[in-house]
Write a protein that binds this ligand. Sequence first.
Ligand SMILES: [Zn+2]
Length: 379
Amino acid sequence: MSFDKISRQLAGDTPGRTTELNYFRIGPADADKKVYLQAALHADEQPGILVLHHLLQLLRDADTAGELNARFVVFPMVNPLGMGDIEFGQHQGRYNRSTGVNHNRDWPVLYDAVGEELLTKLGVDADENLRQIRAALRNWVETLPQVTALDRWRQCLIGEACDADYVFDVHCDDDSLIHIFTLPQLAENMQQLANWTGAAATLLAEDSGGGSFDEVWPAIWLRLASECPDKPVPLPVVSCTLEYRGRFDTFDELNRRDAENLYGYFQEQGLIGGKPVGQKQEAPTPTDLRATEYLRAPQAGLLAYNVELGDRVEKGDRIADLIRLDGEGAFVERIPLLAGTSGLVISRKITKYVWANANVCKIVGSEILESRSGNLLSD
Ligand SMILES: [Zn+2]
């Protein structure tokens, strides 16, 4: 049994700057399964911090009662660098200020790092292959550059996530219902997570195009399996991005129930024992991410929505009007924004002033859209 808080001091890139990164290791150190959870990788998305705050307490109690069958590594606020990104009284935190890179993009392609050396090592025993792949990943983590604070921070996260059986990256959208991004190969398991979390949608893509944190862990196993069809390579990683509603949905009771439901999922997975916690529902079945429309503004304007979250719309329905703010027709003309597919409205903008190409609504449909190819994410 253990409930250890680990505090890492990340030396900064300029004099006098050090960042404290706190996380927790909970449960029996020799447990076979490892669960990795992080919140606020996009540092401006806070509901997950409160969800994991409540989950920590549940895990602590379970550990004391000897009910944990897995090791849990929990980063309740994984991006302290981004928490410091305050400018003119506004917190940002989505992009690294020095590099301009979105914090949830460009995570490493693990196959490029260790794939080639593994091709010669894999054999006919699936368990042995699993050990070899994880050992190669752990060795590689030690070789990662350590020049900048960002390097040191990324290495810490990669080191903890690379050998985990479950990697859950907890985010939120703008004004939104709960939804999940994951790989098609994990759809069955993710249906269970959707049922427990009450997700309105589970969106599937093997590679959404951005090197998202959740996608890189299963990707190497799938790639090795396809490169070595005669060798047994398992898929031991259950991984997802879990969007806990919108950025203003940080409420104690709401997020406490979210934590209980997440705990219930882990119980159902056999990772935690004890009396059942949380409440399961019946969530919609997963759909292809390419069938979800990201409706965009053709120009700047003020949004007047015609739909609520959870509404079902038909293709051609008016989602919102965009009130013109300049030129001919300024403040008198409205530009209708029409649904390009039939489906469920799961997210809207929380601030109603938008500019050209801003994503104003996500509509979860069932038919793959021609407009959706290449990078499937919003930015
Ligand atoms: Zn995010």
